[in-house]
Ligand binder design. Structure first.
Ligand SMILES: *Cc1c(COP(=O)(O)O)cnc(C)c1O
Length: 412
């Protein structure tokens, strides 16, 4: 059954037409515009079904077999299944699937390993560090003493010499590797070596690439990091949520850092949906998908560069591209607005030379829709046309509608 059909015939339509109309409007928006936000994807109808299931009713504080509530016999099985699938998928000794989000996973990782006031070395926010990597507006920046490493202004690549130098000088308790905007693979072996040299824990925040890891299209941080934090809703294509992977020696500390330290009752419907997504991600079809996502990002990056955008690091190893549209005579913020008006939805991001804003886009969602390399070429052309301001946005909007019409994310 298609999602549209479910919504149209669902009780929601009868009981709350006002809200049903909002949901259908969002479904139409997702289906008729181009979703190039690098952190987004289209979950399967099976994942949506688990999310909308009666497991949403269940209180389940604690862990399977040790709950503070009765009646957990079924949700315990669901959580054990999610944990076992996550462990098998990533080759981890332990998995915690309760973290409500990627940020909650990072909070729990810090809670498991650090004390307030400890020094942490992470990618600076101006270079693609996440809010949880030391933003003054976030708990991380208030409770820990963050030192930021950067990327080389010319190449856009992580400055390994600087990482080593800062680690030696500041002797951090933990080093974080992971980013919201870094398009290249992270050298986890390098970070492990530096962490060992200065006696620091290594936390890999793999929120973005974890889906590529699941599909064998990106290196796995699990053998290198003490704790791996991740989301389940980006390339991994599961429900909105977080996950933590670690070795058995940290299992109890990580579990206690999630519950009871930073969270209460687990969201069992989401955990069931995570189990569904892990099951999907373990199939050969998902491996094909993950490799296609990267191949598509490479084509898109090449075409954007050919159109004149300054693509950071000259390309990508992942699903993610960042680029400066300035050579086409437009800054990132203006570009994002113009593209949105034409039905092309993407983000702004910081640029390595620290000057102005760039564009960040990804190929996870369009690849799920079934688009291929010819469509990537077409998308790059549409983006360049809009940025040059030479075509009528309404005409581009029509072209976007025609393109997305051929690749419905939830076929009727
Ligand atoms: C997306 C992301 C997060 C946060 O995930 P939320 O679910 O939005 O809290 C944390 N770290 C990195 C590197 C991310 O990309």
């Amino acid at each position: 059954m298609s999602v549209t059909h479910t919504l149209e015939t669902d009780v929601l339509r009868l009981q709350d037409p006002e809200l049903a109309e909002i949901l259908l409007g969002e479904l139409r928006r997702q289906s008729t515009s181009l979703q190039l936000i690098a952190a987004e994807n289209f979950t399967s109808p099976a994942v949506l079904a688990a999310l909308g299931s009666p497991l949403a009713n269940k209180y389940a504080e604690g862990y399977p077999g040790a709950r503070h509530h009765g009646g957990c016999e079924f949700v315990d099985v669901a959580e054990r299944l999610a944990v076992e699938r996550a462990k098998a998928l990533f080759g981890a000794e332990h998995a915690n699937v309760q973290a409500h989000s990627g940020s909650s996973a990072v909070l729990a990782a810090y809670a498991a390993l650090l004390r307030p006031g400890d020094t942490v070395l992470a990618l600076g926010l101006h270079y693609g560090g996440h809010l949880t990597h030391g933003s003054p507006a976030n708990f991380s920046g208030r409770w820990f003493d963050f030192v930021g490493y950067g990327v080389d202004a010319e190449t856009g690549l992580i400055d390994h010499d600087q990482v080593r130098h800062l680690a030696r000088n500041h002797r951090p308790k933990a080093i974080v590797c992971g980013s919201i905007a870094y398009p290249r693979h992270i050298d986890y072996a390098f970070f492990r070596e530096v962490a060992d040299e200065v006696g620091a824990y290594l936390i890999a925040d793999a929120a973005h690439p974890i889906g590529l890891v699941a599909g064998g299209a990106a290196p796995n941080p699990v053998p290198y990091a003490d704790i791996v934090c991740a989301t389940t809703h980006k390339v991994l294509r599961g429900p909105r949520g977080g996950m933590i992977l670690c070795g058995s020696e940290l299992a109890e500390r990580v579990d206690r850092a999630v519950f009871p330290f930073t969270q209460g009752g687990a969201q069992m419907h989401t955990i069931a949906a995570k189990a569904v997504a892990f099951g999907e991600a373990a199939t050969p079809a998902f491996g094909v998908y993950a490799h296609q996502v990267v191949a598509h990002a490479r084509v898109l990056a090449d075409r954007l560069a050919a159109e004149g955008l300054a693509v950071t690091t000259g390309g990508t190893d992942t699903h993610l591209i960042t680029a400066d549209p300035a050579p086409l005579g437009v800054d990132g913020r203006t570009a994002r607005g113009r593209l949105a008006a034409a039905g092309i939805v993407l983000d702004c991001c910081a640029l390595p030379h620290g000057d102005g804003r760039g564009l960040r886009l990804g190929t996870a969602a369009v690849t799920t829709q079934g688009m291929g390399e010819p469509e990537m070429v077409r998308i790059a052309g549409l983006i360049a046309d809009v940025l040059r301001g030479e075509t009528d946005p309404a005409r581009t909007r029509d072209e976007v509608r025609a393109l997305t019409g051929d690749f419905p994310p939830y076929p009727a």
